[in-house]
Unconditional design. Structure first.
Lengths: 188, 995
């Protein structure tokens, strides 16, 4: 198997906030009722992460487990761990009603970094999300839109945001983020 | 003449002169000036011509309500017409031009309309230009277009950028005067997140009239020190919408010489509670000649003296029906200017301010009014009369300015946008918000509160108290109750009450009424509204449209109340019964750029790109849009045009090997114990019987029976199906699945995932397809081992691939799905392995021709939302065994089941030409509209390189029963062309190639 390539080959913009496309990661999506402990238990066992609550995400090193909707979760992990995790998850879910799919290639991932307040403004230019630090911060995920395309983001730590969009609109998303990152501060 | 005074001007900085241009002439102003104040300081009284009569017009206001001083600002890529000079701050190098005049502002040919005004009454256009009919297009409209209209549209691409900003707060305060700031202080006292928007560059609003500057400065300092408060100036609350959604319009660089960053920012706010502290607008008085340059609102004239140190005239006559205008007289006299008389329409005159004016020796004429203003291009004097009566002149007074005040109208726009109701306040002669009927949120409770003058409070103490009360109420409503001390305020002024004056003099003769303007911008006079009433336009909404009162870019900020009062008089109906027209957002016009935000240039719209996109770009792809995707239409080689490239691609695919980027096709995974049952409902075919490892072509219909999507279904395993959809169908078919699962069959155990973008999918098509796969490592793929309509997993060029043996061309064909990140690697490997066979990438046009040669339908060509599968001869794909599927019942309706529907056939022109796409099949006679009767239409039409002739498919009345018949189809040039009805399968009817 050849080395997987990301949509934009690691494009990067450095401005008030740095925007860079991340290298390919593993992303496994699970559709299943997240109020069923058989499902969340399997997710926790395979990921080694605690199942987050509504609009939450658990982050540990390179792994993330995100609540995406009442019946959808996303597990992010190193690329090389995908097939093993997918098999483990499928095994752990035996008998439960769930759909597990490898969507590692379906999305583009971006990393935004910079001063926390500036970072929040970049996202607030594009997404109808309350970016006030009392309303959004590490441990939370927002499944929303960026201007005209779907996207989701979270803050693995203060001053950093990770964001995913569909792969086909990676260039549009990168351009949007770059334009927003170059704009002068709103609250300064 | 108007000029700069040597002293005064709280807002200007005399140490910072700036130069700017008006109609090419260099003028001087100061930092802090508005364009209006700077023009007045340079004696530019006349700033434009009116819309209809081209009358000379000057600045009349000092704020957003300005109807006359609309200018073109900027140049080239930064030119924008219709900008209010009163809201434009001057800066070094500002360029401005006046509008609506020809050939020049001073001498205008259209002014002749004014002398014809007797013959251009309300409804004139409707009445006059109806006949003869051909004159409208060739005579009337060009004439009207030349003489009417305001600014010119910009010609250049906008040089600026714009952005949106999403903002959330508990309480949004619109208006940064005393009431708004008091409201913010109270609202924030319990910790609520509070945002204040002020449309001007400075705080205070009209509270400066009451000497509240110091108090306002303290409030601003206090609020700036609060973490939970956000303050924005130059940011207008533009509209209030459902669920606490508010648009704010922030102007970031309009006041700067050196522009960088976005010009405007559109704030898209969600607020728990909205406080509108938007103040009030002074009303003009309706007397003859009230539109002459030099006649101004009393508050505006006062602003120019006090705030900008500009005198509009040496001798100013003040005319009023309330006490506020006395402030103007006192300010003028305080600045050393002359006020020959204050004309007070009230018999009893004014209160404490009037006494002060009289003590200063200003003559006050009570019970009087202005019969008419004298002058042509500017005021030279006024004729005085009794307010009662018809306007017999009692004396004439020379003056060069008139300050008028007809009372105040609260700015209720934002309160009203989302349904807040108004009540008529007889004592103050104004509509004010009815606090008991606010706009309501999803909980049925009000989410907008008015404060200050916007709520009808005018005394400074009342204004402050009203703001505080509104702020506390809003804080409580969002669960963040707080408390604050009352703001200090001086004693009430001791005003005498206003007396409503809607016409001056009260019984003015027609000659005077015909010169008494209501709407300056649209040139509507008192007589126009009276004529509308007389002609039966009794509803205020009808009168508005008939006269165009309030329909200009100022949306009647000065004219609405006066206009409806005149209508009320003409109808002999009380004002509250006449009511107001609807207040609609935005409060004042906002730029198109702000609405578009970042959506321009590369971020105008998302372009969806496949994993192979860059390869296509690098290899001559000529793209076409397919939804938001860009797909290669064909790949043009040097020396080729589109036609020859498509021909080459088709021939090479039929004869050897073609490659297609099919990544855009929808790929939806459906899984669960009830998946088979669900699939049987989604598709017209029986899908539950499909064996794992096999594929089946399926049709999906809407609930109304119409064919909406098609594609090949593969059963991955017992519980899992993969549904291929059309490129455009992926998202909405997924939504369609989810809707049925979530709303109707919520208890079925089925999950879906849209995996469209996980895979790059490559079509390997043509006689050499199998050989190429074998070269890349596939084994045991002979026809018997890997038959048509099955799929297998193979390792191709070291990449894990799922290979579907399906065909949309009639050729031996495989569609290979690999993870998107491996797509380019596989494509490259296929091109290399296929090089010896002349592997040829082909685009969507070749794809279309290949499928049309085989008579395969295309969603969007053969279907248009009104076509059912039966129309397309697809009955074989409609299960008769199934009890139900989506659309089944609809397809048994009489109209769907009738025999004489237009049905799919092939069409061959007798002369081998290509039929025009969409051509109609002609029938005899004409229909009720005199149009040619038709009996079918072309749905797909191509040149077939394989058959070396034009081929087409079409829907024809009883088509399949008429094989061999020759019919006529129309052409764009009006002629027709003969074609024979044939089987839609043009090529390889025996399916000899797909083996």
């Amino acid at each position: 198997m050849s080395e997987p390539v990301s949509a934009l080959g690691g494009a990067k913009t450095e401005a008030l906030v740095t925007v860079e496309e991340m290298a390919p990661r593993g992303m496994i999506v699970l559709r299943g009722k997240l109020d069923d402990t058989a499902i969340t238990g399997a997710l926790e066992k395979v990921s080694g992460l605690a199942m987050p609550g509504q609009r939450g995400i658990t982050v540990d090193g390179a792994r993330r487990l995100a609540w995406m909707s009442p019946d959808e979760a996303m597990l992010i992990l190193p690329r090389g761990d995908v097939s093993g995790a997918q098999a483990d998850l499928t095994a752990a879910l035996a008998g439960a009603h769930a759909l597990v799919a490898d969507l590692s290639d379906a999305r583009a991932s971006f990393r935004l970094s910079g001063e926390d307040a500036a970072l929040r403004e970049v996202l607030a230019r594009l997404s109808p999300v309350d970016m006030h630090q009392t309303a959004f911060g590490p441990g939370m995920v927002r499944r929303t839109r960026l201007a005209q395309v779907a996207g989701a983001f979270w803050m693995p730590e203060v001053g950093v945001a990770e964001l995913v969009t569909f792969r086909s609109v990676a260039q549009y998303a990168f351009d949007l983020l770059s334009v927003a990152a170059r704009s002068p501060r709103v609250f300064a | 003449m108007s000029t700069r005074l040597t002293q005064g001007g709280a807002r200007i900085d005399r140490t910072k002169p700036v130069s700017f241009r008006f109609n090419g002439q260099q003028l001087k102003g100061y930092e802090g000036d508005t364009l209006a104040s700077a023009l007045l300081a340079n004696d530019r009284m006349m700033v434009g011509r009116s819309f209809k009569y081209h009358r000379p017009r000057g600045v009349v206001a000092s704020g957003t309500e300005e109807p006359n001083a609309l200018l073109g600002i900027g140049q080239g890529g930064r030119f924008e017409p219709n900008q209010r000079a009163t809201m434009q701050e001057v800066f070094e190098g500002l360029e401005s031009t006046s509008q609506n005049h020809w050939p020049s502002l001073e001498f205008d040919v259209g002014e002749i309309n004014a002398s014809l005004s007797r013959f251009l009454p309300a409804g004139f256009y409707y009445k006059t230009f109806l006949w003869p009919r051909s004159f409208w297009k060739h005579v009337y409209e060009p004439f009207i277009r030349q003489s009417a209209g305001l600014g010119k549209a910009p010609k250049d691409r906008d040089a600026d950028t714009y952005e949106h900003f999403y903002h959330y707060c508990d309480v949004l305060v619109i208006g940064g005067g005393l009431a708004g700031l008091a409201a913010a202080r109270a609202a924030a006292s319990g910790g609520a997140r509070v945002t204040v928007m002020e449309q001007e560059a400075h705080w205070c609003g009209r509270a400066a009239d009451d000497g509240a500057e110091a108090q306002v400065a303290d409030l601003v300092a206090e609020l700036e020190g609060m973490e939970n408060v956000t303050l924005r100036t130059r940011c207008m609350g533009a509209g209030v919408y459902d669920h606490g959604y508010v648009l704010g319009y922030e102007r970031l660089t309009d006041h700067l010489s050196e522009k960088s960053g976005p010009r405007h920012r559109l704030w898209r706010v969600r607020a728990g509670q909205v406080i509108t502290a938007t103040g009030a607008i002074e009303r003009p008085l309706s007397f003859a000649g009230n539109d002459l340059p030099g006649v101004m609102l009393a508050s505006a004239l006062r602003d120019y003296v006090v705030q900008f140190g500009v005198s509009v005239g040496d001798r100013t006559v003040v005319v009023t029906n309330n006490d506020d205008a006395y402030l103007t007289a006192l300010a003028l006299v305080g600045a050393g200017l002359t006020v020959p008389v204050i004309v007070d329409a009230r018999q009893g005159g004014g209160g404490a301010l009037a006494a002060e004016a009289e003590a200063k020796g200003i003559r006050v004429l009570k019970g009087h009014g202005i019969a008419k203003v004298k002058g042509r291009k500017r005021v030279t004097g006024v004729a005085i009369c009794k307010q009662v009566g018809e306007g017999a002149v009692t004396e004439e007074i020379a003056c060069d300015a008139v300050a008028m005040s007809g009372g105040w109208s609260p700015v209720v726009h934002l309160w009203s946008h989302c349904g807040g109701k108004l009540t008529w306040d007889d004592a103050q002669a104004m509509f004010r918000p009815d606090g008991t009927r606010p706009p309501t949120g999803e909980d049925g409770k009000g989410f907008v509160i008015c404060a200050g003058a916007a709520d009808g409070a005018f005394d400074r103490a009342e204004v402050a108290a009203s703001g505080t009360k509104a702020g506390l109420a809003a804080a409580e409503a969002v669960g963040q109750a707080g408390s604050v001390s009352d703001l200090t305020a001086p004693e009430a002024r001791g005003d005498n009450p206003i007396e409503p004056v809607w016409l001056m003099p009260a019984s003015a003769k027609r000659k005077l009424r015909a010169k008494a303007w209501l709407d300056y911008q649209n040139d509507v006079k008192v007589t126009d509204v009276q004529l509308a009433a007389q002609e039966g336009f009794e509803s205020v909404e009808h009168a508005k449209r008939y006269t165009t009162l309030g329909m200009a870019t100022d949306q009647g900020k000065l004219s609405n109340i006066n206009g409806l009062a005149i209508l009320s008089g003409a109808l002999d109906t009380p004002i509250p019964q006449v009511g107001t027209t609807r207040f609609r957002p935005p409060f004042t016009p906002i730029s198109m750029g702000a609405i578009a935000g970042e959506a321009r240039a590369e971020t105008f719209q998302p372009l969806r790109r496949t994993p192979l996109h860059q390869w296509h770009v690098d290899n001559g792809a000529d793209f076409e849009p397919v939804g938001q995707w860009r797909r290669p239409f064909c790949y043009i080689r040097p020396g080729e045009d589109r036609h020859s490239a498509v021909t080459r691609e088709i021939n090479q695919t039929r004869n050897s090997l073609g490659l297609l980027d099919a990544s855009t096709l929808g790929k939806l995974i459906v899984k669960g114990p009830d998946a088979g049952r669900f699939m049987d409902m989604l598709y017209t075919n029986m899908m539950s019987t499909l064996q794992p490892g096999r594929c089946r072509y399926g049709l999906m219909c809407s609930e109304n029976g119409f064919l909406m999507d098609d594609g090949v279904v593969a059963r991955w395993d017992e519980e899992t199906f993969l549904c291929h959809t059309t490129t455009g169908g992926a998202d909405h078919i997924h939504a369609h699945m989810e809707e049925w699962l979530q709303t109707e069959w919520w208890d079925w155990k089925v999950w879906t995932v849209n995996a469209t973008e996980q895979y790059a999918q490559i079509g390997v098509v043509g006689p050499k397809a199998r050989t190429v796969l074998e070269k890349l490592g596939a084994t045991n793929i002979a026809n018997e081992d890997f038959p048509f309509m099955t799929f297998q997993d193979h390792k191709l060029a070291g990449i894990d691939a799922r290979v579907y043996r399906i065909s949309f061309s009639g050729e031996l064909s495989y569609e290979i799905a690999v993870p998107a990140g491996q797509g380019l690697a596989l494509w490259t490997a296929l091109m290399e392995a296929g090089a010896e066979f002349g592997a040829t990438p082909y685009g969507t046009e070749a794809l279309h021709v290949l499928r049309a040669e085989k008579g395969f339908i295309m969603i969007g060509d053969e279907t248009d939302g009104t076509v059912i599968p039966q129309d397309l001869g697809l009955n074989w794909a409609i299960s008769k065994k199934k009890e139900d599927f989506i659309g089944k019942r609809a397809q048994s309706r009489e109209d769907m089941a009738r025999e004489d529907r237009w049905k799919l056939v092939g069409l061959e022109t007798l002369d081998k030409s290509v039929l025009p796409d969409g051509a109609y099949v002609l029938a005899d006679g004409t229909n009720a509209n005199g149009q040619r009767t038709v009996q079918g239409r072309v749905t797909s039409s191509y040149y077939s390189p394989t058959l070396e002739r034009g081929i087409a498919m079409g829907l024809v009345l009883r088509g399949p029963d008429r094989m061999g018949e020759t019919i006529q189809l129309n052409k764009v040039d009006g002629s027709s062309v003969a074609a024979r009805i044939v089987d839609p399968v043009f090529y390889d009817k025996e399916n000899t190639k797909n083996v």
